[in-house]
Design a protein around this ligand. Structure first.
Ligand SMILES: [Zn+2]
Length: 457
């Protein structure tokens, strides 16, 4: 690797990121076709023939492949090219300007996830050039690059569509993508969570019914009151703890890394079991951000996000409903989640029913794999003070789609933040930005993992 010109590779990564940020792919509406052509052009200029699939006018996906010798199944590097919208007046710079200030590249998508897409593209192009200049140097497995549309709203113009209509283009043994591999600081220690699981979603409405009537004559069977009582109770009750393999490994790694009283507290939490552990979380973890995170990865959650009741002020409506965004740990579908909510609501459950709108189960991947071990070793090599840990994302990414084709997916987009910078605080935020230092560190770390995993010499 010493023959690589890293300063040129980092410059190229920055240029590609600036180019991608300058394409406004806010979703809705997306317009990811802009990014698909931009990436396809770069690939073409480097002698790689990409496949561009348009699903609708302006919605494009780009896929390319470095052919291996077939000794092993492919590795997929996948990223989404759409971004969440901006509140332009809250930014201090042009969110689509790709400006550089004080060593940071600013712009929507710098972190989620054009910065990572640019790193993947850079690794892919670097390997392609090396293969070209070293005849006979081929990987043991195909390396697939997929830059896809529509992750942020998931209306199926992106990877979900590829899984359904073009699975052979992206079928792989392993996939690497967003939400993991970046530094996370806790009590002065640096950890690198690598996403190995993702909570599921159950989106539903909690519905109360009652006796309609004239509002001038109040009565006890009011749907609005039934619903309000149930919503209020949900905000107070604690659902049971469920310690998945990933959560256990994450917490036990944190305990080892933190040591001291906090480490001992986390060990006690693991030893307490699902029955008694839950209330211990806030007691043993001093950082409220971290204790919130630990609670979320070990519990099903139900967050009310909307209310709908009544149309006229003088009419008692016959029903009232609350939107519930439930996030589920591995092993829980809609029926099990509803059972849990009913038990938590107790007598108030008699007044409500649950109507499920959509379900996407949690995914959890084995980390006893050669790729996970290589990721862990490489992170340790590039930051000897950092501690890699398998982690669970509380949100959702395209990993669920890719996993449906049998791939083991890790969130591995290496970045090194400064202490005090927390990925989850910066992502989707105003003045989204990534430091050049972080990109430089990340692209080298990612390159090393991909190169050493795919090439046996
Ligand atoms: Zn993302």
């Amino acid at each position: 690797m010493s023959d690589l010109n890293w300063s040129a590779i980092v410059d190229e990564t920055i240029n590609m990121l600036q180019g991608l940020i300058r394409l406004d792919t806010s979703n809705p509406p997306g317009n990811e076709g802009l990014a698909a052509s931009f990436i396809a052009n770069l690939l073409n200029e480097n002698g790689i023939q990409p496949i561009v699939i348009e699903t609708a006018p302006g919605r494009g996906n780009t896929i390319a492949r470095l052919k291996g010798n077939g000794n092993a199944p492919p590795l997929l590097l996948y990223s989404h090219t759409d971004v969440v919208p901006v509140e332009r007046d809250r930014w201090t710079v042009d969110p689509f300007g790709g400006e550089i200030h004080n060593g940071y590249v600013y712009g929507r998508g710098a972190l989620d996830m054009k910065g990572i897409g640019a790193m993947q593209l850079s690794v892919f192009l670097t390997l392609a050039r090396q293969m070209k200049s070293t005849p006979g140097w081929v990987p043991d497995r195909d390396i697939i690059l997929a830059a896809t549309a529509d992750e942020e709203t998931d209306t199926d113009q992106g990877i979900g569509m590829l899984v359904k209509n073009h699975p052979d283009l992206i079928r792989a043994e392993y996939g690497l993508s967003e939400f993991g591999g970046y530094s996370m600081y806790a009590s002065g220690k640096c950890f690198y969570p690598v996403q190995a699981a993702e909570k599921g979603t159950v989106w539903m409405r909690m519905r109360a019914t009652g006796r309609p009537g004239h509002a001038s004559v109040p009565h006890d069977d009011n749907a609005v009151v039934h619903l309000a009582r149930a919503v209020e109770k949900l905000s107070r009750v604690r659902l049971p703890m469920h310690m998945s393999v990933t959560a256990r490994t994450f917490i036990s790694g944190l305990a080892d890394g933190l040591g001291g009283a906090q480490g001992a507290g986390m060990r006690a939490l693991l030893a307490a079991g699902d029955q008694n552990g839950s209330p211990l979380i806030e007691r043993v973890v001093r950082d409220p951000g971290l204790s919130g995170e630990l609670h979320a990865i070990t519990h099903n959650t139900a967050t009310p996000t909307g209310l709908n009741a009544g149309r006229k002020i003088n009419v008692i409506p016959s029903f009232a409903e609350a939107m519930l965004d439930c996030r589920t740990v591995p092993g829980f579908g809609a029926p099990e989640t509803i059972d849990e909510l009913r038990r938590a609501l107790g007598s108030d459950a008699a007044d409500v029913t649950f109507e499920v709108d959509s379900v996407s189960p949690a995914v959890e991947f084995n980390t006893n794999t050669p790729l996970y071990r290589l990721i862990s070793q490489t992170l340790r090599k590039h930051d000897p003070t950092g501690i890699p840990l398998p982690s669970m994302l509380t949100g959702a990414t395209d990993a669920k789609h890719v996993a449906s084709l049998g791939a083991i997916c890790y969130g591995f987009s290496p970045m090194k933040f400064h202490p005090g910078e927390r990925f989850s605080d910066m992502v989707h935020g105003h003045d989204e930005r990534v430091s050049i230092e972080s990109l430089a560190w990340g692209v080298q770390t990612l390159y090393e993992v991909v190169r050493n995993f795919c090439f046996s010499h």
